[in-house]
Design a protein around this ligand. Sequence first.
Ligand code: PEP
Ligand code: MG
Length: 599
Amino acid sequence: MVFHPSKHSLTQHAAPSSGEERVFQGVAVAPGIAEGMVMIHFQEEENIPFRDLQPEELDAEAARFEGALLATRTELLGLQERLSQSATASDAGIFDAHLLVLEDPSLIDEVLNGIRREKHNAEFVFQGVSHKFIKTLSAIDDPYLRERAIDLEDVTRRVIRHLLGKSGQRLAGHDRSHIIVADELTPSDTATLNRENVAGFITEKGSKTSHTAIMARSLGIPAVVGLEGICNLLESGCVVLMDGYSGKVFLNPSPSTRAAYQVLAEQKEHVEERLESLRETDSVTTDGRRITLAANIELPEELDEVSASGADGIGLYRTEFLYFNRTVPPDEEEQYAVYRQVAERVAPRGAIIRTLDIGGDKPTECLDLGHEENPFLGCRAIRFCLNNPEIFKTQLRAILRAGLHGNLKMMFPMISGHEELLHAKALLNEAAEELRAKGMPFQNDMELGLMIEVPSSAIMADMLAREVSFFSIGTNDLLQYLMAVDRGNERIAHLHDPANPAVVRILKMVVDAAHAAGIWVGICGELAGDIEFTPLLVGLGIDELSTSASLVPRVKKAIRSLDLTACREVVTHALSGEPAAEIYARTTGLARTRYPDLF
Ligand code: PEP
Ligand code: MG
């Protein structure tokens, strides 16, 4: 188990509780303890405000609705324009149907008349009218009309976002400190959380390696997921105490529960203080094996925490977060400025910029990914980039230019084989040529790596190693694809098990292939921050571990408490046919003996 104390102390968020205490057990995904008032977060459409209007307000309300239609039109035209320049040009046509919805006189007149007749706010009236149209269209047994219902649903969401002033931002609404309770949060929702106001979050869906959980750890916000039905069991305004270490959520915590958690929070605080003293020390085992310990970031705002954590630079920058909560993707200049800032602020240490990994559980409004039945097996990450070379090369040019301002490396996500890698490298060469042709300075010998996340690339690791300078193993996805287990599905989360002997074998294969080719290999998936598995990873010969900045100090303490000989023994047993339970017992047994205070 991994932990760090919440930045939100118990006393800061304590609110009077009433009623009987009830305890719910979820899955702990981001450590910390928080108590506070619950805000249930519904999907945007369910959160539509309702207002009665005075007769003198009606003209302005009608104009506000027309303004939102216009803003949506501009937004759609922009999306269409961008799509028409990319390889998905044929998809640009879908927005024609959306634009037609915005001009539909029967819909618009009914809303305008409704505002005047009912004297209610535009979003409320519009949602009602639009739902009526959608229901009628969906009920007709005609595939064309059912498609139109989907178009209308999409456009309705966009118009409502404009009416709510939420285009490009979400979840920023409440200014009181609170605990968010939701069915599900997307990574882009999580990216907009205001750390000052959000003491924690609890969701019905999700797992330890879902991007929402990863984001919570990065932001230092305690989180519990997998609590099915919790949205109906709690209501906005009630008080809960949540334990991001054990996954327990207490409704109406009793005085004795609160007192016990007060003590626990203080203990965690003390451990954290002791870890701070390791900041300037090396991550080296007692018998001299040095392991680079880096931090993962999603947003440049996390850079201060990276330097405070004592990390050896950034091992994974998830650049797709730059593309969230906006309708237009970042252009080359914007990306260059951000990557340059990362390079300069992390110097003299280095940063590995991971190219766009969109799709899967990370959709974004500003790029059209199209509908897919199985997004995790679909056109995500490098596949999307290879299909959209202009979007990809824009990013590659920005990274190459920013490389002049520090020590940057680049890596490609989700490579599944040799041809894909060569294709991506060819586009990288094209991007460099384009800069050269324009006389733009850039770093032309940037180290290139690839993420091992698909089992086929692990199997072919010896061949792939000849093409790159390093491997970074994305265990979140590698385990997902190896075990055929959706990383975000709480019902099968037990199968996403790093102690599975097949996982140990595949990791060993990759490490051996990398070392035989003379390149280094790291892990940047969540496993890197799980101190129960540090003995196994050290024993496997991993050269770099990269994890959330908040977990760096405890991984450092773990490495400094271990010796290579004992760690190698764990691996020898694991490769000899031990079942998962024994592999787990062995690695965690060593961990608990060597650094018991971290558990
Ligand atoms: C991984 O898959 O382990 C990884 C680091 O990438 P992401 O979590 O962003 O998919
Ligand atoms: Mg991944």
